[in-house]
Structure formats: C-alpha cells, structure tokens
Design a protein around this ligand. Structure first.
Ligand SMILES: [Fe+2]
Length: 469
C-alpha cells in the first residue's frame, strides 16, 4: 500500500499537483494500479489532479429528492422531539447507539474483527494485518513521543500504538479525541498487549458524496448569535440587514442558529453589560425585530447556550411558546441541533458549543478557522465527540448528535467569527454574530466578525457573505 507521501511524489514526478481528497481516496482504496490509471486518463494540460480525474468514480446521492419535496420540512429536531434523561442506563444506551451507528459507517471501507478474538490468540494473528473498530476510551502520549490510544468495542479493549515515525498516520493520530469511533488496521504484538497501527479510518463523508441541489430557484440566509439585550448588540447593522431583506425578493428562508438573546446569568458580571435585564423582555425585543422582517420569509430558529430558558444539555429543546408570544407566525422553533430541508436541500443547524472543546484538543485548531473544526466534526460524523467537557450532552437512548444523514449545508455559530469550508460537497458555514467585541473577548484578544449574513443559492450551493457593518 502506498503512503500519502509516496502518492504525492508519484504525481510530483510528472510535475502534477494532487488534491488531498484524491490522495485519501487512493490510500483508502488500496488499489495499487489506480495511480497509473488516473495518470493515463489525465488530459494533456492537467496541472492539478482532482476528483473528476478518478476513473469510474460514480457520484452517490443518498435517496432521491424531487420537485414534490415540500418547501420546508423539519426532518429531525422538531419542537418536542427530545425526551428527558434518566440516569446511568441511558448513558449506556447512548454510547452503544453511537458506536453502532458510527461503526456501521466505517464498515464499508474497513473490515474489523472483535477485539476479544484478537486478544485471545494473538499468536494466530501476529503476522497478518487485522482491523478493529471501537470507541476511543482515552488518548495519551508515551515517554518516547508515540501516541497510545485505548480503543473499545463491544467485546473488549486494546491499547493501540501510533508510532511517531509513521508521520502521516501520527499526524492523524494526534487529532484523535476521546469518545470518537475509529477503525484501525495494524498488527497485534506477540503477547496481545499492544496493537501497532498502520492505518486509521474515520466514519467520514464518503469520497463520492454528491450534494443535492434544488431544481427550482430559492435562496436562504444564514445567521446566528444575535444577542439581543446586550449593550454590544449592533442595532444599526441589524436595521441595514432588515432593509436588505425587504429588497431581496429571492430570499425565502432565514435560519438563525442560536444565541437569539444574551440571556441572564450566563457569565459573572453579565448584568452590567445588559440593556434589557429581563429575559421575557429580551425575547419580546427579538420578536419585534422578527415582525419587521418580510412575512414571505420562513424563519427557522434554534437555541444556543445563551438561550437559558431551555436546558443547556444537547440536544437543546426548542424555545417554548411562553417566550415566543411576540414572534410572527412565519417562525418555526426547532431544537439544537436539527436537520431541516429547504426545497430538498438539507441544512444541519447546530449552535456549535463543542467547537470550544475541539479547539482545546486538536493541535493547530483555531477560532479564526471555524470551518476547519466543522470539517473535523464531519470526519467523525459527530457534532460533539467528547463527552464530559464544556459541552453538556443529554445522554438519551439515541445519540442525536451523530451526523446522519449527510447535509448539503452545515450551519454553526457560537464562536462569533465567520468561517467557511467546503468538504466533499458539504458547505460548512459558521455565521459569526450581531454583537461587537465584548469585554470578555477583549480580555481574551478575540476579534469577532460581526454583522454578516451568509446567502446561499439552493440551486448551486454557492455561498456569499454580505457585510452589514
Ligand atoms: Fe453567541
């Protein structure tokens, strides 16, 4: 099997650059002739080898969506869909459900054997490459600078060693976080005490995933983190945004991914930074703003961690009617996260609390590169992989934070800095905020990118950021 470097070098020898996706595809495919077949099929003027140059790669759309699709459909996360939580039993079911669903996604690209069978007779397997799939129990560095990852499936657990000398693999292994589900290929040690990793497989977005696009014209506007009630809420910018919406007849949908208001008691000393100190009045003011927007819009609203009138644990329930009395009739309250379909185009809305956790664990991750963190979530097919850090998770019987099905658009907020990436056909957008720099952000030296809206054309999935500062 070729390593990433060997694949890149094969193309470089011919003065060709190669897209990282293509490298991954070749590596995962284990078809040693594929590089030659790609090279043979390249047009003469090719400079960069990309997905379209891979022979026989058929784009795959999961399920068919037709013109008859309703304009707006809440697929998961409609109001009232999250149930309560009850103790230990559910957290057991929760991780079992996570493991079952994510390991199924890995299965098409990776054959795994039960850990128990491997450890029972290591002598039998020690000379052959084996595969395992499991939930990561913990991750640590060894005194020699290698990475040791404890992986558990339903039969047992094993310590997996990622050798620092296998550079590409080690770089991937450094990004392994607790509670994600991974597949590993490698060899077991003589005594069964260690599993030496050669390849790491994540659930990921299939390489040949082709996003659905709407057959009829339509545009959606994505925003988040309005923070009404805060003294740093940008009222004038919002008015410009509202005026622009009045004039933009082609926009049919407005999606707001949490932190609608600033809330009360979210952080110490918040009281001094509020211009509206009553939570009901904060939502009423937000409702007034929504009533000023064109009634042709369908407005989809999910909560964030500042919307303290619902529980903080995810999935967060939809805002209850008690607080939305002043909202106009064209608003739909949904949970955080939720999956909505706009003319067949699926949008995964998630406020993004777990971005904090992922940034603290993934080397090189930064708040200024929110799109990259969203890609990390897509690769793990999970919105909040690590349990028990800053993101509270309600461990119900079903893991609603698994990313399934694959959305066309992945929408987050929370970090107040716009970010965008396209990954295997999925458009990832972090939509920033409507609040200028807060005193907390000043102390932390965080520069927000406020007063921007992201406009997405549902026929092309092309995004455009519009600045209202
Ligand atoms: Fe926020």
């Amino acid at each position: 099997m070729l390593s990433e470097r060997e694949i890149v070098e094969r193309f470089l020898d011919l003065k060709l650059q190669v897209h990282p996706d293509v490298v991954t595809y070749i590596k995962e495919g284990r078809d040693t002739c594929l590089v030659d077949r790609i090279i043979r099929g390249l047009p003469e003027n090719a400079v960069v080898v990309s997905r379209e140059h891979i022979p026989d790669l058929k784009a795959e759309r999961d399920g068919t969506r037709f013109l008859t699709d309703p304009e707006l459909e809440i697929i998961t996360g409609g109001a009232g869909s999250s149930r309560g939580i009850s103790g230990f039993e559910d957290s057991l079911h929760y991780f079992r459900d996570r493991y079952n669903r994510l390991s199924t996604m890995i299965r098409s690209r990776h054959t795994a054997m039960p850990v128990e069978a491997l450890l029972k007779s290591p002598g039998k397997y020690r000379d052959q490459e084996c595969g395992i799939t499991g939930l990561v129990l913990n991750v640590r560095g060894t005194s020699n600078g290698h990475r040791l990852v404890e992986v558990e499936d339903s039969t047992g657990s094993v310590q997996v060693l990622f050798n620092k000398k296998k550079e590409d693999l080690f770089a991937d292994a450094e990004r392994i976080v607790p509670d994600e589900v991974i597949g590993v290929r490698g060899k077991v040690s003589n005594d069964g005490g260690l599993f030496f990793a050669d390849t790491l497989v994540r659930p990921d977005i299939p390489f040949n995933h082709a996003p659905f696009t709407s057959d009829i014209p339509g545009k959606a506007v994505l925003i988040s983190d309005v923070h009404v009630g805060s003294d740093t809420f940008l009222e004038e910018s919002w008015s410009r945004f509202a005026d622009w919406l009045q004039d933009s007849d082609d926009v049919g949908y407005l999606l707001i991914a949490g932190d609608l208001v600033d809330g009360i008691g979210v952080y110490p000393g918040q009281e001094q930074e509020l211009v509206i100190k009553n939570i009901h009045e904060q939502y009423d003011a937000f409702g007034t703003m929504l009533r000023d927007l064109p009634s042709r819009l369908q407005i989809i609203i999910s909560p964030g961690n500042h919307d303290v009138v619902v529980r903080g644990a995810e999935p967060q329930p939809a805002l209850p009617p008690k607080f939305t009395g002043s909202f106009p009739a064209n608003c739909v309250m949904v949970e955080n996260p939720c999956l909505v379909s706009l003319q067949g185009v699926r949008v995964l809305m998630y406020h993004g609390r777990s971005i904090d956790d992922l940034i603290s664990m993934i080397p090189g991750a930064a708040y200024t590169q929110g799109g990259d963190i969203m890609v990390e979530m897509l690769m793990r097919r999970h919105l909040a992989p690590t349990y028990g850090k800053r993101t509270p998770i309600a461990a119900a019987k079903e893991d609603r934070l698994v990313i399934d099905p694959i959305p066309e658009i992945f929408h987050t907020g929370h970090i107040h800095i716009c970010g965008m990436r396209k990954y295997r056909g999925v458009l990832c957008v972090n939509t920033g905020t409507w609040q200028s720099q807060t005193s907390f952000q000043k102390r932390m030296n965080i520069q927000p990118t406020p007063a921007r809206a992201t406009l997405v054309d549902l026929q092309t999935l092309e995004p455009k950021i519009i600045d209202f500062t």
